[in-house]
Design a protein around this ligand. Sequence first.
Ligand SMILES: *Cc1c(COP(=O)(O)O)cnc(C)c1O
Length: 386
Amino acid sequence: MLLSHLRDQLQRLEVEGLLRHRRIVEGSQDAHVKIDGRRLVSFCSNDYLGLASHPVLVAAAREGAERHGVGAGASHLVIGHNLAHHQLEKKLADFVGLPQALLFSTGYMANLGVVTALAARDDELFADKLNHASLNDAALLSRAKLRRYPHLDMQELGKQLAASQARTKIVLSDAVFSMDGDLAPVPELVALCERHNSWLLLDDAHGFGVLGQEGGGVLSHFNVHSPRIIYMGTLGKAAGVFGAFVAGEKEIIQTLIQRSRTYIYTTATPPLLAHTLLKSLDLIRTESDRRLRLAELIALFKNRLRLGHWRLLPSQTPIQALIIGEVRATVEISSALADEGILVPAIRPPTVPQGTARLRISLSAGHTAEDVERLVNALHKLEQKI
Ligand SMILES: *Cc1c(COP(=O)(O)O)cnc(C)c1O
């Protein structure tokens, strides 16, 4: 009975074209990957700077393992907090220009940890409707009242904040929207939070390492400063490794250490990863030609693409969303591209709103101009055919 119920649900997903499959990558993550023995160009990963298999980082991981072993052994509060973690936290705080930073295992856990530590039943959260799933889940888990505002609608957010009587308010927003590629209006968000005495949790999963002069992220991009900002950056995307961190005022970080359940009740990440990330931050800063190349590839893609009825969302980031609309057509296009050796993920509801199924193209400094030309030509051909 139980099994047949699951079987029915899975079958329904299959019929609707919503069943998800995993591809098995042989070897390392790069702009070019090997799958089923075939080499394909991938526009799927969040490794925007092409650091995930950088030889310097591979060597650092080896050195980190030799120095610190492979397992952390316990949570940070028990005995798992290693010198490498501690040094990385200092360096991350400096990197994003905030007083203190705290490492988390993943961005998902960091978002849960911040919101549940700071907000409870009588508090109020304000969230952009297109925020990442982890921010929505964090809000639910906190039991605080959740109000969602239309994407980027600062006027509506201002009204909601003004109407709130809650003692603790937190505005939650992606800095770069993960399925759209556009930026949150961070200076306006900060101004509203100052006016209405609210915290601002900025999820910069896709801006850290990519935006700003030296890859310092969205705060450096907009040159904003405020003690109300709680910054969350991830380390498995542009930084090429794994993990996440939260940065902000010392009182915030101290509170998270005392109260964040996703920080307290979990094993620390292997210190060898922290050791590797120290090197990754150096590369993000010093190899700025990677950011330049990425910017050139984004410009090339946008300049070459000529669309009839498909629609490219406005984005200055490496996330370029091509809206197809219908689920089945989107999956078909994605698989036709794969047949040509080009991997682009079809993003479907519930990840994105109904009727906005899309190809999510992510560009990387690891791509060549020829890779981008190949993608554009294949898209032109397919749009005429379908
Ligand atoms: C990827 C992502 C996360 C989760 O980060 P992980 O380290 O992969 O768990 C959180 N927020 C946004 C916007 C993301 O894109």
